[in-house]
Design a protein around this ligand. Structure first.
Ligand SMILES: CC(C)(COP(=O)(O)OP(=O)(O)OC[C@H]1O[C@@H](n2cnc3c(N)ncnc32)[C@H](O)[C@@H]1OP(=O)(O)O)[C@@H](O)C(=O)NCCC(=O)NCCS
Length: 253
C-alpha cells in the first residue's frame, strides 16, 4: 500500500517565463482559464502547482501560507491540511481565540490554553486546526460538519522538524475512535501539516507503511513527468507578471 507526501514552497517560487508557460501547457484549458483569473500571483501559483492528479490513488491537497501540499494513499481515505502558525490579521491571541471558540471543544481549549507561552498556545491551536480540517477533508463534508463532533487528544510529544507523529487520537461523537490515523509534522518552524488516514469503503487490510515525511519538491521535480496538453501562450505570461504577489495586508504579516 503506497503513500506519497509532497510539498512545494510556492511562496518563494518566482517562476521564469519558460517555467510558467510550460506549467500552463500541462493543465486542462478550463483550469488554465481559472488560474489566469486570480488577481494575485500567490493564488495563481498555488493553484497551478496543485492542479492535476493520479486517479487510482486517493489524494487530497491543501495550500496555505507559503506551501502547497499533496498527500496520496492507496486503499485509504486521505485528507491533508497545512497552516502557517502565525496570527491572522491584527487581533491579539486572546481575541483570536475568542472568535474561534465554537470550533473546538472544552477539552481542546483546555489543551490549547495550557500549552505555555502565547506562541506555544498558537502552535497548539494550529495543531488542532490542521487535525480537524484534515479529517473534514478526508470525509469530504466541508462546512456541513459540526466541528465539535471530532475531538482531538494530542500526543504529549512536541512537534519537531523532520519527525512525523502518529500518536494523536480522535474521539468521534464522544467515543474514542480506533479506525482513523493522524500524521502530524512541521514543514518548517511555522507551517503545521496534518494528514488524516481513514478506512477505505472496501475495508482494505494491507498494513499501513511507516509514517513518511513530506518531501519538498523543486519546480523541476514537480513538473518532471508532466506532459504538455496545449500550445505555448505568450500572453499568459504577460498577464501573470502584471499580478501583485499578495494583498498588501498579507505581505505585511
Ligand atoms: C472546503 C474546505 C474543506 C477547504 O479547505 P481550506 O482550508 O479552505 O483550503 P485547503 O487549501 O486546505 O484545501 C483546498 C483544496 O481542498 C479540496 N477540497 C475542496 N473542498 C473539499 C471538501 N469538501 N472535501 C475535501 N477536499 C476539498 C480542493 O482540492 C481544494 O483545492 P482548490 O481550492 O485548489 O480547489 C474547508 O475550508 C471547509 O469547509 N472547512 C469547514 C470546517 C471549518 O470551518 N474548519 C475550521 C477549522 S477547524
Amino acid at each position: 500500500m503506497g503513500s506519497v507526501r509532497w510539498g512545494f514552497r510556492c511562496g518563494s517560487w518566482t517562476p521564469s517565463r519558460s517555467e510558467w508557460l510550460f506549467a500552463a501547457r500541462c493543465v486542462q484549458q478550463e483550469e488554465k482559464d481559472r488560474i489566469g483569473q486570480f488577481v494575485f500571483a500567490k493564488d495563481a501559483k498555488s493553484a497551478m502547482v496543485t492542479t492535476g492528479s493520479d486517479p487510482p490513488w486517493s489524494f487530497n491537497i491543501s495550500h496555505q501560507g507559503d506551501y502547497a501540499v499533496l498527500a496520496a494513499q492507496q486503499g485509504m481515505q486521505v485528507g491533508v491540511d497545512v497552516m502557517k502558525t502565525t496570527l491572522p490579521g491584527s487581533n491579539s491571541i486572546p481575541e483570536f481565540f475568542r472568535i474561534m471558540t465554537r470550533q473546538f471543544t472544552a477539552h481542546e481549549w483546555s489543551t490549547i490554553q495550557s500549552a505555555g507561552s502565547e506562541r506555544q498556545q498558537l502552535a497548539a491551536f494550529y495543531r488542532h486546526w490542521t487535525l480537524k480540517e484534515s479529517f473534514i477533508k478526508a470525509i469530504g463534508t466541508g462546512l456541513g460538519f459540526n466541528l465539535q463532533r471530532a475531538e482531538f487528544h494530542l500526543s504529549p510529544e512536541l512537534l519537531t522538524q523532520g519527525k512525523v507523529l502518529r500518536q494523536t487520537k480522535m474521539h468521534l461523537d464522544e467515543e474514542p475512535d480506533d479506525l482513523w490515523i493522524f500524521e502530524e509534522s512541521l514543514l518548517d518552524v511555522d507551517h503545521h501539516v496534518a494528514v488524516a488516514l481513514g478506512p477505505a469503503d472496501e475495508a482494505g487490510s494491507a498494513p499501513l507503511p511507516p509514517p513518511a515525511a513530506f518531501t519538498l519538491l523543486s519546480f523541476g521535480e514537480l513538473i518532471a513527468s508532466a506532459s504538455p496538453l496545449t500550445e505555448e501562450d505568450a500572453a499568459y505570461w504577460d498577464s501573470f507578471r502584471m499580478k501583485a504577489e499578495a494583498p498588501q495586508r498579507q505581505k505585511d504579516t
